[in-house]
Structures are given as C-alpha cells and as structure tokens.
Design a protein around this ligand. Structure first.
Ligand SMILES: [Zn+2]
Length: 112
C-alpha cells in the first residue's frame, strides 16, 4: 500500500473512532444527568428498583401485564421523589408512553 493511501486509511479510522467515542460520551453524560436528577446513586437506584419490582411482583401497575421497569408515579419533572412510595412496576410500553407525565395527564392510557 502506498504511504499516501496508508495515511488516508489511518486518518479515516481515527476519525471514526473519535466520532464513536464522542457519541458514547454523550450517552454516558445523558445517563449521568438522569441519575443526578433522580438524586440517587446508581447503586441505590438498582436496589430501589429491585425492591419495587419485587413488591409489585413484576406486574405493571397500569395494565396488569408483566412489568420489569420502574415508573415514577409523580414524575421527576413534577418534583416527584425517587422513593419506593413514588415508584411502581410498569411494563416498557406503559412506561415509555407515560414518560414524564403525571398519571392523570397520561391520555394514551395503558398499553392494552
Ligand atoms: Zn403496562
């Protein structure tokens, strides 16, 4: 391979790696912001999450289906707290359609 082509290849790879790590960094930062917003460490969150899921028997509290995600009943956006009293088990469709809205404003309703 001529040195010129080699240099081009290396530069191409370096650019791609840089773009990739920039993207990953952004994802990390987004997660970090979310954690900070919740006011709990990731370890405390993992513990809390497990407690809530076990309490609710992995049952979505909105539609009664299998739920393995945890939802804030009073959303973080409305200053809801990250405590087990404000958390319920929810299935992914319910959780992602509810997002940051309070239950009363959740117009889409349960996922089924
Ligand atoms: Zn559900």
């Amino acid at each position: 391979m001529p040195p010129e082509a080699m240099r081009f290849c290396l530069q191409f790879l370096a650019d791609r790696l840089e773009a990739e790590s920039a993207r990953k960094g952004k994802d990390c930062q987004r997660q970090l912001v979310r954690r900070e917003r919740m006011g709990v460490s990731s370890k405390a969150w993992a513990e809390l999450r497990r407690m809530v899921l076990e309490r609710d028997d992995y049952t979505c509290q909105y539609c009664g289906g299998y739920g393995d995600t945890v939802d804030h009943v009073v959303p973080l956006a409305a200053n809801g707290e990250t405590t087990k009293d404000n958390l319920v088990a929810a299935c992914l469709p319910c959780n992602s359609s509810k997002r940051d809205r309070p239950v009363a404003e959740w117009e889409m309703g349960p996922c089924r």
